[in-house]
Design a protein around this ligand. Structure first.
Ligand code: OAD
Length: 255
């Protein structure tokens, strides 16, 4: 990537920024070896139909198929490691008085890298929950017990992955924390997301309207690139460490 040098005005805003939100998507885990959903031939929604795998109706009609797909994704996610982008975001938390990491990812890699207080807008693959009564269990235990079909719950329901499917509401507490933080942010970092799935994608515009500087880290443009104050056109594992170095330089600069 080109050497990254922030314009003085943005540098000043980063120096003074107190409340920062990082908003991440599948692109952050791409360099760990996990497929994104869109944009490439190997992307998940190029190879699979979301309406057959990622809706409550799909699970009710074909529970085995849906369970096996998520069990396989859980196995893949458990077998890979966090990459330099995840690690850079752990360090970003120390650069500002207030920092919130909001992710659409369900792979748990931010937490495995060491990020704390992560807001998971689309749930998590690390847990299963009963489709009927919401009882939860570790996905690891659920898959071990029943790799081929969803385990049965004591209530008579079936366990499913604790992710958000199309047509389902986002977890209310997570959405409220994310929207409050975005609306009051001085800086929003949008990393590795196509920003096409709402309401999550709306966080970028919300932050922008609230006066936040917006920095996008993504090798490809997105629908929100136009409102970014800076685009870092690089894979997150390269772009985030470069941005971190610039933020540190700006925050050392005299007032
Ligand atoms: P997408 O697959 O839609 O977008 C991934 C983005 O990451 C694209 O804009 C890529 O250009 C970018 N990208 C690829 N490699 C990258 C890298 N190494 N570094 C940085 N960026 C990179 O993924 P999301 O935006 O996360 O929801 O998708 C949003 C939601 O759609 C997901 O949470 C999931 C999906 O359907 C549900 O399942 C509910």
């Amino acid at each position: 990537m080109e050497p990254l040098v922030l314009p003085p005005e943005l540098c000043r805003r980063l120096r003074d920024a107190e409340r920062v939100v990082a908003f991440t998507g599948a692109g952050v885990s791409q360099e760990s070896g996990l497929a994104t959903f869109r944009g490439r031939d190997d992307a998940l929604w190029q190879r699979f139909r979301p309406e057959e795998l990622a809706t409550p109706q799909a699970f009710e009609r074909h529970p085995r198929r849906v369970w096996q797909w998520y069990a396989s994704r859980f196995g893949t996610a458990s077998a890979v490691e966090p990459n330099p982008a995840h690690h850079a975001l752990v360090r970003f938390a120390d650069l500002f008085p207030s920092f919130l990491l909001v992710t659409q990812n369900v792979d748990g890699l931010h937490q495995r890298a060491g990020s704390r207080g992560v807001v998971e807008l689309h749930g998590t693959l690390r847990h299963a929950r009963c489709h009927a009564c919401d009882r939860r269990m570790e996905m690891r235990d659920a898959v071990e017990r029943s790799p081929e079909e969803p385990p049965a719950c004591a209530c008579g329901g079936l366990f499913r992955p604790a992710v958000v499917w199309f047509g389902e509401p986002l977890p209310l507490a997570a959405l409220e924390r994310a929207t409050t933080a975005a609306a009051g942010a001085d800086l929003l970092l949008a990393v590795g997301t196509s920003a096409t799935v709402f309401p999550a994608a709306g966080l970028i515009e919300l932050a922008h309207r609230g006066g936040a500087a917006v920095i996008e880290v993504n090798p490809q443009p997105t629908a929100f690139s136009g409102l970014a104050d800076l685009r870092v056109t690089a894979p997150a594992g390269v772009g985030l460490p470069a941005l971190e170095a610039e933020v540190r330089r700006c925050r050392r600069a005299p007032s």
